[in-house]
Design a protein around this ligand. Structure first.
Ligand code: ADP
Ligand code: MG
Length: 785
């Protein structure tokens, strides 16, 4: 009998559903809660900034359609994702949805604003007619009214002749229109949130305006009821309309500003040309980019954008890669050079062979990394989340308490004042500012980084980079160009190699399969001298030390002193030359053939022109700088001297680099490790912040927390500066969002009334709340420059 389980194991499926209309952290939490209660949902992650929900679900229990319906029940918009979840197409779709939403908000805000102004004018005669003189009004509004009343009487005396009841009923009708047309979503979402016991910002607005509206309706329909209880039958229709108008205006501004926070990503996604010109047997043809295949020959003319990644076959030109690397100088391209899709060909025309396409292309990878980074969370967000979680229930409680206290304590006009104060509390409270404080800053900063050629992989890396106290620099490829050249070939007299040529030929054959920059230099030098190079057999690499193999029928080893010692080869005969080469800042590499020392190659790798400047800038920011390398100590010291670095750790293997980083961290440093990602990936991973530095667009983007697209170490300083500024912005945002609520809510509740007689009009409260969330987004946008 079979023992296999009866129930088949169904694989979980993942889907990303775009969600529209979420304006605050509480709204996000509301959708999140609804989804996690949905049967069949394994995991749901709702993101406010990317406006999407990533859901893992059991396809046997639920479907994407059912999930869309579940989201729609919360009052937010959801639509089925497009079948091809291509990063660029997704961005386009989101942009289009955004534009529609922004225009709708703007239209509703404008229309309600105009209606609100008219309603205010129409309310004047009503207030004038009120026997209680609009008791709820604060001194400022009363002063404004007194100032406006006489000119209005003069300009439109007929208005004051109309029966106040007619005016009231007209206002009621207009308010119903504004509430159901412009403000409908506040009530639908607010109600849905309340029913699900996850009230959000919409609940506050709905209850606030709803209460003012109901009071006014009763005052209109049954004024006697109020009068009998000694209350003013005043109406607040104009307040309801203007509050809705202000909040919509705030949302519209916020939507526009939020759109700007992703402008850098949009700009990147738009770099991708839609067509490519291919060389075909029957002549050149223009084809859509999707039809380009690996190996196709692409033709690029001056001024055109390069459609896909590839390798130049013929022709010469200079290419502007600034959009990807931040490097303004055009990069010369000749046959053999790599070109990247999205960059702009400047001067010449050339043909190239397509290599990577679609999702594997450099541009698509950058866009993907950026998108994930922008949607990622910074650890500091946890603080905002804790506050947001209790924010709305707290505000509802305060509003209720405000109402009761006013009702009990205020004498004349108590009901009206209690209502005004509690509505103000509900309307002025702004959870949106709290929810937007951190994510908007992450979005803008990662976008800004990309413009500078500094690709920051997420909120966490962004936050940690600002706290770094020590920068560890790898030598080869970071402080130096990483494009080494052989300067001397020294065969030992009576050594294992007959002469320099044989020595070089053996070395090059051995290195022909190694990917190390030194290996490339040796092979290039041998080829330059016209020496034949044969692929070796039985190849072994010793990371950070060298390589060993059988080449041209002989057992050859090449590498540093550590490797020779390991292989039991005495190197004392070369001591003098070794020191001389290393003291000149060159890397000595020794060669042993058939177990005997054969000679030495001296390889120079010039220091990057901006290395010294970078070290100086890091020092000025109070950071320690240390050079870590597997190279010879004297070489390292010579390079360190040129770069202005005083701490050097030399002769370490890749594992030794990891150990060194761990030692530095244990000593209390927050360490950034900068390397080219070629054999220092473990060290990059073990540092607090791993920074990969590239040569042009050829960079190990995935290997680190931060990728410098431009082969310029100054990017390290840019990354740290950007991070520090971003953290400052986030703290400002959180501080203001918090302080705003802490000050605004008590004022709205009437805390200043006993001492100063100051009461806040709900209309001012709505203006303050709209201003508050817009100011947070605007503050984040300052990071763009
Ligand atoms: P770095 O720390 O400067 O990045 P590596 O860790 O890559 O340097 O290598 C350290 C040393 O190991 C080199 O300076 C060289 O002496 C030796 N080495 C490593 N790989 C090779 C190789 N393929 N051929 C020759 N020498 C090598
Ligand atoms: Mg290296």
């Amino acid at each position: 009998m079979s023992t296999t389980a009866e129930r088949p194991v169904r694989p979980a499926v993942r889907v990303t559903i775009p969600v529209g209309g979420m304006t605050c952290a509480a709204c996000q939490a509301s959708v999140q809660r609804a989804l996690s209660k949905e049967p069949g949902v394994v995991d749901a992650a709702v993101n406010l900034m990317t406006e999407s929900a990533a859901i893992t679900f059991d396809p046997g229990v639920t479907t994407p359609e059912a999930l869309v319906t579940a989201i729609e029940r919360t009052g937010y918009e959801a639509r089925l994702p497009a079948s091809d979840q291509n990063a660029m197409a997704e961005q386009d779709a989101r942009d289009a949805a955004h534009a529609i939403e922004y225009r709708a908000l703007r239209r509703r805000a404008t229309v309600s604003g105009i209606i609100g102004l008219i309603a205010m004018v129409v309310s004047m005669p009503l207030m004038a007619a009120s026997p209680y003189g609009h008791a709820a009004s604060d001194p400022l509004s009363q002063w404004i009214m007194r100032a406006l009343m006489p000119p209005l009487r003069g300009a439109a005396p007929w208005l004051f002749a109309i029966d106040p009841r007619v005016l009231s009923w007209t206002l009621l009708a207009v308010t119903v229109f504004v509430m159901t047309w412009a403000g409908r979503h506040f009530y639908i979402r607010g109600w849905a949130g309340l029913r699900r016991r996850s009230p959000d910002m919409n609940t506050l607005i709905a209850i606030g305006t709803g209460a003012a509206f109901l009071y006014s309706v009763i005052a209109t329909a049954a004024p006697g009821l109020f009068v009998r209880h000694g209350m003013a039958p005043d109406v607040y229709y104009e307040a309801v309309i203007i509050i809705i108008a202000f909040i919509l205006a705030g949302n519209a501004l916020e939507a526009r500003a939020k759109r700007n926070t992703s402008s850098a990503l949009r700009a990147l996604a738009n770099l991708q040309p839609r067509t490519a010109r291919l060389e075909r047997a029957g002549g050149d043809v223009d084809v859509p980019i999707e039809q380009v295949r690996r190996g196709d020959i692409v033709i690029v003319r001056p001024g055109e954008r390069i459609p896909v990644d590839g390798e130049v076959v013929s022709g010469e030109s200079a290419v502007d890669e600034s959009m990807l690397t931040g490097e303004w100088l055009a990069v010369p391209k000749a046959p053999g050079a790599l070109v990247t899709g999205g960059t702009i060909n400047r001067t010449g025309a050339f043909r190239y062979r397509a290599t990577t396409l679609g999702d594997d292309s450099v541009l698509a990878r950058i866009v993907r990394v950026m998108r994930d980074a922008q949607a990622s969370r910074a650890p500091i967000q946890a603080l905002a989340d804790r506050i947001s979680a209790i924010f709305v229930p707290t505000v509802l409680t305060i509003a209720a308490a405000t109402f009761v206290i006013w009702l009990v304590l205020a004498g004349e006009g108590a009901m009206a004042r209690a209502l005004a104060a509690s509505v103000s509390v509900l309307i002025i409270a702004c959870p949106c500012a709290m929810g937007l404080a951190v994510p908007t800053a992450v979005m803008v900063a990662t976008g800004r980084g990309a413009q500078l050629g500094v690709l920051i992989k997420g909120g966490e890396a962004l936050q940690r980079a600002g706290d770094v106290t020590l920068v560890a620099l790898d030598k080869t490829g970071t402080v130096t160009e990483g494009r080494p050249t052989v300067t001397d070939v020294i065969a030992l007299p009576n050594g294992a190699a007959r002469d320099d040529s044989e020595l070089l030929q053996l070395a090059a054959s051995l290195e022909s399969v190694s990917e190390h920059p030194l290996a490339e230099a040796i092979v290039r030098h041998a080829r330059g001298r016209g020496l034949p190079v044969e692929a070796p057999t039985e190849f072994t690499a010793y990371p950070g030390r060298g390589v060993r193999a059988t080449a041209m029928g002989r057992k050859v080893a090449i590498g540093n002193a550590a490797l020779m010692t390991e292989l039991g080869i005495d190197v004392s005969r070369l001591d003098g030359q070794l020191d001389a080469v290393a003291s000149a800042g060159k890397t000595p590499v020794m060669l042993a053939v058939d177990g005997r020392l054969a000679g030495l190659l001296a390889i120079t790798d010039p220091i990057r022109p901006t290395a010294a400047e970078t070290v100086k800038a890091l020092r000025q920011r109070g950071l320690g700088v240390v050079l870590i390398t597997g190279d010879h100590e004297r070489t390292a010291l010579a390079i360190a001297r040129q770069a202005g670095i005083d701490q050097v750790v030399a002769g370490v293997s890749p594992e030794g680099k990891v150990a060194e980083i761990e030692r530095l961290r244990a000593a209390g440093n927050i360490v950034a490790m900068v390397g080219d990602g070629i054999n220092d990936a473990p060290a990059l991973a073990s540092a607090d912040v791993g920074i990969a530095i590239g040569t042009g667009t050829d960079v190990a983007i995935e290997a680190a927390d931060v990728a410098l697209m431009r082969g310029d170490p100054r990017g390290i300083v840019d990354a740290i500066d950007l991070s520090r500024r971003t953290m400052r912005t986030m703290r400002q945002n959180l501080f203001w969002a918090f302080v705003y609520n802490v000050i605004g809510i008590p004022i709205a509740a009437g805390a200043l009334y006993p001492a100063f007689g100051i009461l806040l009009n709900p209309i001012f409260a709505s203006a303050a709340m709209a201003f508050s969330s817009v100011s947070v987004v605007t503050n984040s946008l300052r990071l763009r420059v």
